[in-house]
Ligand binder design. Structure first.
Ligand SMILES: *[C@@H]1O[C@H](CO)[C@@H](O)[C@H](O)[C@H]1NC(C)=O
Ligand SMILES: *[C@@H]1O[C@H](CO)[C@@H](O)[C@H](O)[C@H]1NC(C)=O
Ligand SMILES: *[C@@H]1O[C@H](CO)[C@@H](O)[C@H](O)[C@H]1NC(C)=O
Ligand SMILES: *[C@@H]1O[C@H](CO)[C@@H](O)[C@H](O)[C@H]1NC(C)=O
Ligand SMILES: *[C@@H]1O[C@H](CO)[C@@H](O)[C@H](O)[C@H]1NC(C)=O
Ligand SMILES: *[C@@H]1O[C@H](CO)[C@@H](O)[C@H](O)[C@H]1NC(C)=O
Ligand SMILES: *[C@@H]1O[C@H](CO)[C@@H](O)[C@H](O)[C@H]1NC(C)=O
Length: 260
């Protein structure tokens, strides 16, 4: 009832300012549409590697557009006639999709408006490796970027003490690698030491006949030391660590005694 009316004047000022902003925006949009088509937009891809049998992401971003219905995303692969994936007018358009990719692809539909054209690829196959193109059309123009996709298998190694061995032996195991990796051991105490003479690595083909289980043993490990087992091939690198403490080896001896 007794409220002051001091806001009245600022409010009308505010509405004039917002009309000016809207007009300026409309003019900018008209100019923007006028030069569209001649312009190229920035498209950026990011290299990643696919782990066969798992789901992968082919990463691609572009300058966002305010209208989803104006955005067209096409994923193509070198040597493949059909499309890998197409998204336009706010939804998937898969009539020209190559059968190799049927049922295996998706874009993150809710992320397209912020300029994310990344493709999710289900159940990655070895043959999915190759050169992909992420091609984008928006009301601002068009653009594309290529992506080299590598495929293989990689997994984290687990390092444990080998209770069955007669000397202090560490055992590093990783279930799935392809192509065949190299295994290098390192120790925090003897940095730069070469453990190739005191270790032994073997590879065992898994039942699908592609990936292999990696087992590496390190003999004569010392107490109060941290060891790393590093597995690497041309698509991935993974390291497992183990800290060998006095208490840890005590547990090891207690375990042996317990077996008697
Ligand atoms: C795109 O969106 C997906 C799903 O949210 C996300 O996992 C991915 O990291 C995004 N990619 C980029 C490049 O932002
Ligand atoms: C130790 O030997 C047992 C029985 O032979 C076997 O089941 C187990 O896998 C072995 N452990 C390691 C780390 O080799
Ligand atoms: C370690 O020594 C072996 C031979 O004993 C050699 O083939 C290998 O290249 C050496 N590794 C490094 C990292 O020096
Ligand atoms: C481990 O140490 C023992 C005793 O020092 C030695 O006889 C054996 O050769 C060593 N093993 C390896 C693989 O170097
Ligand atoms: C390495 O392991 C293989 C298979 O387990 C075995 O045949 C070979 O004798 C081992 N080599 C050494 C130097 O321990
Ligand atoms: C793997 O190879 C073996 C021997 O060559 C064969 O008997 C088996 O059927 C193969 N498995 C698969 C899944 O191809
Ligand atoms: C390991 O470290 C502990 C504590 O730092 C020390 O008491 C012990 O003597 C060390 N053991 C060896 C074998 O160096």
């Amino acid at each position: 009832s007794n409220l002051p009316k001091v806001n009245e004047n600022p409010r009308s000022h505010a509405s004039i300012i917002s009309i000016i902003i809207i007009l300026a925006g409309a003019i900018a949009l008209i100019i923007g549409f006028g030069i569209s088509g001649r312009h190229s937009i920035t498209v950026t891809t990011l290299t990643s590697a696919g782990n066969i049998g798992e789901d992968g992401i082919l990463s691609c971003t572009f300058e966002p557009d305010i209208k989803l219905s104006d955005i067209v995303i096409q994923w193509l692969k070198e040597g493949v006639i059909g499309l890998v994936h197409e998204f336009k007018e706010g939804k998937d358009e898969l009539s020209e999709q190559d059968e190799t990719f049927r049922g295996r692809t998706a874009v993150f539909a809710d992320q397209v408006i912020v300029g994310n054209a990344s493709l999710r690829l289900k159940n990655v196959r070895l043959t999915d490796a190759g050169t992909y193109k992420c091609y984008i059309i928006t009301s601002k123009g068009k653009g594309n970027a290529n992506l080299e996709y590598k495929t293989g298998a990689f997994s984290m190694p687990q390092v444990n003490v080998d209770y069955n061995a007669s000397s202090e032996t560490l055992r590093c195991e990783a279930p799935r690698w392809f192509p065949q990796p190299t295994v290098v051991w390192a120790s925090q105490v003897d940095q730069g030491a070469n453990f190739s003479e005191v270790s032994n690595t073997s590879f065992e083909l898994n039942s699908e006949n592609v990936t292999m289980k990696v087992v590496s043993v390190l003999y004569n490990a010392t107490i109060n030391n941290t060891y790393s087992c590093m597995i690497e091939n041309d698509i991935a690198k993974a390291t497992g660590d183990i800290k060998v403490t006095g208490a840890f080896l005590h547990a090891f001896y207690m375990d042996l005694l317990g077996k008697e």
